[in-house]
Write a protein that binds this ligand. Structure first.
Ligand SMILES: Nc1nc2c(ncn2[C@@H]2O[C@H](COP(=O)(O)OP(=O)(O)O)[C@@H](O)[C@H]2O)c(=O)[nH]1
Ligand SMILES: [Mg+2]
Length: 359
């Protein structure tokens, strides 16, 4: 899906994260903090199952779709009904985009609240369609909210980051990791884990159970590239602490939006092509952790680190590269075609049955 975003000043923020991480509280906090700075917000609630929200949404999916009706009509469980409601809403996304465009002059930031079912953004089409449509008109940023008190264990933390990573690459939008609930727990541990693999490794070594710690270690290493392109900030949505930093991160990410999108394909193709060239034995046999050879690709470096025994910080021998890292996957265009077909299939499935009453 090719997108050209005109140079618009209004930013769109998608607030995404696990249930209970504080997304809704953050949407409310952003509205009040931006209002203090004399900036106007336009709030969109995309959670069809929420009962009460502490802010007045300008657009509410619940006005368009009754989640209970969807559940009964399609004989679904609660999660299935939420996903289906979002799919149905996505078929009317053009109306929402038109509406947002008509509000552009009066609004500084569109803030989108989403359900805790992150699969809406990880594999279901609706998240992509909604975010992609809005991003085709406005610079768009993803705020991935982390429930910090629940992410203090390395395994929980890294699985949260895997979700964030897969959302960012699927949406191809800049992402800010928001470590929330700073008032309940110090978020220093997460800041350190994100910036320095060794501190994460130390935490992993304290864990019992070889399989899970090795798995988390491998995953954290594979995530290093992701950590480099995201920004991160610690806040308390409840008290408002850290909001200055968050708003700065959002502004910066929105400025990076065009280059992030434009260069994304270019970078991934180059990286994949480079990974075909295996480093020579002479170079790799003296490679030190943390001081990588310029001939190595990041993926090869990570693979070697994963193969290194825990705690080792000396030079290591070249580890054999698995086949999967030796082959390229230049299937971007195919994926785009598939996405368009998926979108069309979705539209065909629900032709005119649901009439949006957006606004
Ligand atoms: N102490 C504290 N509680 C918070 C914070 N942010 C959210 N909460 C609480 O966490 C719970 C879930 O928040 P909510 O915004 O509904 O999460 P959502 O499911 O991600 O939308 C609520 O009880 C909030 O009051 C925070 O920064 N600090
Ligand atoms: Mg919520």
């Amino acid at each position: 899906m090719t997108t050209i975003c005109p140079n618009r000043n209004t930013i769109a923020c998608f607030v995404i994260g696990m249930a209970g991480s504080g997304k809704t509280t953050l949407v409310q906090r952003m509205a009040s903090e931006l209002s203090k700075r004399e900036q106007s917000t336009y709030l969109i609630n995309l959670d069809p199952a929420v009962i009460q929200i502490p802010y007045e949404p300008n657009v509410d999916i619940r006005d368009t779709l009754n989640y209970k009706d969807v559940q009964i009509e399609f004989q679904l469980g609660p999660n299935g009904a939420i996903l289906t409601a979002l799919n149905l809403f996505a078929t009317r996304i053009d109306q929402l985009v038109e509406l947002l465009e008509s509000r552009e002059e009066q609004v500084d930031t569109f803030v989108v609240d989403t359900p805790g079912q992150v699969e809406v953004f990880t594999w279901s089409s609706s998240g992509s369609i909604i975010a992609e449509s809005i991003a085709s008109s406005f610079p768009t940023v993803l705020l991935y909210v982390v429930d910090s008190p629940r992410a203090t264990k390395p395994l929980t933390f890294v699985s949260n980051m895997i979700y964030a990573c897969s959302i960012m690459y699927r949406m191809q939008l800049p992402l800010v990791v928001v470590l929330n609930k700073k008032d309940l727990v110090s978020t220093e541990f997460a800041q350190q884990w994100l910036s320095d693999f060794d501190t994460f490794d130390e935490a992993m070594q304290q864990l019992e159970g070889d399989y899970s710690s090795n798995l988390a270690r491998s995953m954290a290493l594979a995530m290093e590239e992701f950590y480099r392109v995201i920004s991160c900030c610690s806040i308390s949505a409840a008290t408002g602490e850290g909001m200055d930093e968050l708003l700065n991160c959002v502004k910066k990410a929105a400025n990076e939006f065009s280059s992030f999108r434009g260069e994304k394909n270019h970078i991934s193709v180059n990286e994949e092509t480079a990974s075909l060239e295996r480093p020579s034995q002479a170079t790799t046999s003296t490679t030190t952790i943390g001081a990588s050879s310029s001939q190595e690709t990041s993926r090869q470096r990570i693979w070697k680190k994963v193969n290194q025994p825990a705690g080792q910080s000396e030079p290591i021998q070249d580890a054999p590269l698995p086949k999967s890292l030796e082959t390229t996957s230049l299937g971007e265009e195919e994926n785009m075609l598939e996405e368009e077909e998926e979108y069309q299939a979705l539209l065909d499935q629900f032709p005119t049955r649901w009439h949006s009453t957006v606004e």
